[in-house]
Design a protein. Structure first.
Length: 127
């Protein structure tokens, strides 16, 4: 089934916003590892929408991160701190999903959540 590119972009952005809402619920329930996972996926869906708009496709999270950095951070289309945010939440998700005894503090995830909202808004400007 061939889906219109704009419909798919909207779907990914809807997923980004829904996932960020899930992060907020997890944060409010003091489930910081789950909140970290959902914050990362909100950023992932956001960058996935940007990739669709720019005809880039990959099934690898690390490749998507590299593509984003190369074409949007290094070229200064998107501010550097957003590249650092995306890289940090990617690493945080990797650690929280795969490493043992990982703890994420409330202040750290709260700051990541706020930046995720800004990140979604900033990338939306390019869509």
């Amino acid at each position: 089934m061939l889906v219109d590119k704009n419909i798919l972009i909207k779907h990914r952005m809807d997923r980004a916003n829904e996932t960020l809402a899930e992060a907020k619920m997890a944060f409010e329930n003091e489930s910081y590892l789950l909140a970290a996972n959902r914050v990362y996926y909100s950023a992932f869906y956001t960058v996935s929408a940007l990739a669709i708009k720019n005809n880039f496709s990959t099934s690898k999270h690390g490749q998507l991160l590299g593509w984003f950095n190369q074409y949007f951070i290094k070229t200064k289309i998107i501010e550097k701190h957003f590249g650092e945010f995306y890289k940090n939440v990617f690493q945080m998700r990797q650690q929280s999903d795969y490493d043992d005894f990982v703890e994420i503090d409330k202040a750290s995830i709260e700051e990541k959540f706020r930046t995720a909202m800004e990140f979604i808004d900033r990338v939306s400007e390019l869509l």
